[in-house]
Design a protein around this ligand. Structure first.
Ligand code: DAV
Length: 311
């Protein structure tokens, strides 16, 4: 999994029992607190996951709720994530899941034995996913909502075909799940490949997507704007992702979009598209594996104020 998805210079950092540098974690904590306060100033109710001693559980972290849970209408769906080191991640969200159930959410546990390792035996094969079909697997961040009845997603090193069928069954016949085929040999999550901004307007990753290839997909009649190529920035390494985290944004409402404080080109593009960018320092959270879309899970949206899905 690590070889297939991570930059080679960081493979060694993923050996078991090896924690992130403490200063990165400390700064990431501060940045998350800053994001929470920014969202609260925007009128959002922000809830944080419970802290879990991951080292004792051979676990990873719970900084990226977008990977573990998919919210669709009143459904909260547990993703049967591929990594065995993530099989206890629900512990961090469980008190919130209980609260959401009490207040009307339909909780859908994965029902999959997460102790089964879905990774194929043998070496990493070029142009092939490392995941096999030993059990259904999907990470929620391999899928994006394009409205109440449409989901787009991808196969990846963490999402297999039986996983897509598992998700389709969870969503039922009223929701169409359409698989895209971005050019991404290291694919693990689609939220640095496509970023829906409002109804029928999305940013796309010009390295991975050719809009001409999207005929006969739900995006065929969308306005698609290329995200700016990321600039190299100082700061902690991106251990797990590409620099395309610059387009991993959180759409707060019809106008406001949270964007990294240093990603000026993205801020300028958003302003040109009629949005108000909300700059927020997030480089240390990014080092843990994701940016604003990954690090949040929008559970309830106010229809009058926001009306539209952020994906
Ligand atoms: O495409 O570099 C970023 C998203 C991680 N949740 C990428 C992966």
């Amino acid at each position: 999994m690590v070889e297939a998805t991570m930059p080679a210079e960081h493979w060694d950092a993923f050996r078991p029992g090896h924690a992130y540098p403490p200063d990165v974690v400390l700064e990431a904590d501060r940045e998350l607190q800053g994001l929470a306060e920014l969202l609260e100033r925007m009128g959002c109710l922000v809830r944080r996951p419970r802290r879990v001693p991951w080292a004792g559980l051979a676990g990873y972290c719970a900084a990226m709720p977008r990977d573990a849970l998919l919210v669709m209408g009143d459904r909260v769906i547990e993703a049967p994530m591929a990594w065995r080191s993530r099989r206890h991640e629900l512990l961090a969200y469980w008190p919130l899941v209980q609260e959401w159930r009490r207040t009307g959410a339909r909780w859908m546990p994965s029902g999959v034995d997460l102790d089964v390792n879905p990774v194929r035996e043998g070496p990493v094969i070029e142009d092939s996913w490392v995941i096999g079909e030993a059990r259904p697997a999907w990470d929620a961040a391999d899928f994006l909502r394009l409205g109440p009845r449409t989901v787009v997603g991808q196969l990846s090193h963490v999402t297999n075909r039986s996983g897509v069928e598992h998700l389709r069954q969870r969503l039922g016949p009223d929701v169409a799940v359409h698989l895209l085929r971005p050019r991404d040999r290291h694919a693990m999550h689609i939220d640095a490949t496509l970023c829906p901004l409002s109804e029928r307007l999305a940013l796309y990753n010009p390295e991975r997507i050719d809009p001409g290839d999207l005929a006969r997909t739900p995006l065929a009649d969308w306005e698609l704007v290329p995200a700016p190529w990321p600039d190299p920035t100082p700061g902690p390494p991106l251990y797990m992702t590409s620099a395309w985290l610059n387009m991993n944004l959180l759409v707060v409402d019809d106008r406001h979009v949270v964007v990294e404080a240093e990603d000026v080109k993205v801020q300028e593009l958003l302003a040109a598209l009629g949005f108000t960018p909300l700059p927020c320092p997030f480089r240390h959270v990014q080092a843990l594996g994701g940016s604003f879309h990954c690090a949040t899970l929008d559970v309830r949206r106010d229809r009058h104020r926001t009306g539209r899905s952020s994906g």
